[in-house]
Design a protein. Sequence first.
Length: 413
Amino acid sequence: MSITSPSGGFGVLRNRNYSLYLSARILGTLAVQMQSVAIGWQVYEITGNLFHLGLIGLAQFAPFLVLILFAGHAADTFNRRNIIAACLAVQMLVGLLLLTFTLSGSTVVWPVFAILVLFGSARAFMMPASQAVLRNLVPIQDFSQAVALSSSAFHVAVILGPTLGGLLYIAGAKAVYIVSSSLLLISTAAMLMTRAAPQAKSSEPFSFHTLFEGMRFVRSRPIMLGAISLDLFAVLFGGATALLPAYARDVLHAGPEALGMLRSAPGIGAAICSIALAFYPIRRHVGVWMFGGVGAFGLATVGLGVTDSFHVALACLFLLGLGDMVSVYIRHLLVQFETPDEIRGRVSAVNAVFIGASNELGEFESGIMAGWLGLVRAIVLGGVLTLGVTVLWAWKFPVLSRMDRFPHHGKPD
């Protein structure tokens, strides 16, 4: 991050449409994070099985993987705002279904996984549209600040959501699902109130050729391919956050309120980093910053695995979130600056595949590894593999590791 004078900062919030989008993003993410804590604790409480924690991620990722390219094409063909609002409404339905499951008193968890398939489907259509719509909401000169503040808002919700979810869970899972469903209703209304600038819609008829246009575009850009694949494999191996319910109970011997704090710690690190980036955006040594962020993520994961101290675990998770935010910020700017608006949804879909694979599939991988190797060994090994991926990608994609500035920064469409 070059030391320059503050630029932009919170000025972009004067844009009404961006502020409404940001409100919808904060409330929707807050609700989903609250649900996530409740689901993880509820499933582990019912079954006591680490493998089932991994299945939570797989249930969300499987439909995501099947639908994401179709979702990218939809984001380039239909109104992105309406897609986002519809997906938020479906997520509200998910909360109500989880509430129904809880009130039923069932001790069979397969209905939870079925409900999460619906959530994963909604998330598949939401991610490309929400990533692509940002360029339709703000002028190009405000885009870097908009990305940073959007990421900051997301991580503020990631901070508050698990903490609130953990505290509400004291009153039972039903309390979490009632509050989260209410927040998603408000989020849907806020998104419907936005008025984005007209998007450059794709005029090509639907075909397998147009469906895979985003993949071809990414493959033709080594810098973009290196950035998003680095995130895929680094976070795939370092998905320790999926194991936090078991980590809190079995290693730290703590309850759901401690789990909420642990789940919030990465968000605190990411939020502080993203606010700093809104005022002091990275302009030089982009490659060094990106690989440094991923390396910090790996080191923090190793540190989490070797400690049984609650405060050290919080510090490691804070560092994990900070490092992840740096790489997320750089990757998002690379994707958005380099992509024409008419295929931005499909390219964002490819980016979402890598993000989804690294998160949900990483949770599944972590659950499998924990079942085989044990909880602590799985976390440590994941961090070591993340560090190995960082070194390998720096060698395999030298154009990315040596990149000084963002290419075509600020170039209008």
